[in-house]
Write a protein that binds this ligand. Sequence first.
Ligand SMILES: Cc1ncc(COP(=O)(O)O)c(C=O)c1O
Length: 376
Amino acid sequence: MIPLFDLTRQYSQLRNEILETVDEVLSGGQVILGPWVEKFERELSEYLGVNHSIGVANGSDALVIALRSFGIEKGEKVVTTPYTFFATASCIVRNGGVPVFVDVDPDTYNIDLNQVEKIIKSERIRVIIPVHLFGQTVDFDNLCFLKEKYGVKILEDAAQSIGSEGKIGDRVQKSGTFGDIGVFSFFPTKNLGAYGDAGAIVTNDDELAEQSRSLRQHGSKKKYFHETVGYNSRLDALHAAILSVKLRYLDQWIKRRIEIAKLYQSLFEEYNLPLKYPKIQDKGYRYHVFHQYVVEFRDNSERELARKHLNESKIGTSIYYPLPLHLQKCFEEYGYEEGSLPISERLSKTTLALPIFPELTDDEIEQVVNKIREVF
Ligand SMILES: Cc1ncc(COP(=O)(O)O)c(C=O)c1O
């Protein structure tokens, strides 16, 4: 059996370190926020090169809180992509706003910035939420061009992309730190994952940081005194302490993920398979951290055949995402119809995620590719 993702292999390598840390946290008695959370926040800020990190309960809350710190008005339109996890758009609705979905680029699967510009030109848009999908950084030169030219605010959904880098001019920076505010998810399957739900908000802006810090704790800066109605969305000390341990391994894990992606690519090339897969370029910086390795088939029936064959061969796969957000029932009122965002709709029918995690062996990758060859 080759799983899509396997947390147990990583745990068996880190077991002693993690259990010692858990013991230290529990012996200290402070289990919500406190010194372990502050330590992780400091380390995360240092790793990312950003002034403030605020640990929260999960990535979805991070999005809600980060967006709220911009003061979204009732009915305000916020631009985002339909080809992403639900939370990217639900945070807009949860803030009283209206999602405006813009189709994705057919090669990167990230939001198409040319189409974003057309919308910003014709409508009042203050905030854009780009997603660094599957771990690939959005084109920051172009995004920052829009930011400068139209004065829009950027909330980066970096839930899937911790450690990936982008470039503005000559400056290389980590994803999550380009925009006004960025969010991360430490859902267990993420490249940096907790053993449960966890997330973070990051920013260089002191005021946005202070607001987010207050919002995660019932809108209070001083205990039992509330300036706004916030949330209970605090990071637990156990998660924070374990994330500190894991953060030390993150770059090494990312390196292995990139190696795995290269091996998939070289095997697909060797067998000349009629698949679309991420063509790795040497840009001189780490623009993709391969949170997911997603390939595209020529049509839906081919994808379904492959999925069935791999699953019968006990190889884990997943579809990210089977129904684009603009066609979700809960967003019906916004009036999108089938055919309105054709690239996202096509990708939802033709893409398949293959196993990728740092402990996956070369031999297992070859087995996955051989099973895909049998499909063709
Ligand atoms: C792109 C994206 N945004 C937001 C989230 C929400 O994160 P969480 O599951 O930690 O709430 C996820 C994670 O699943 C995600 O992949």
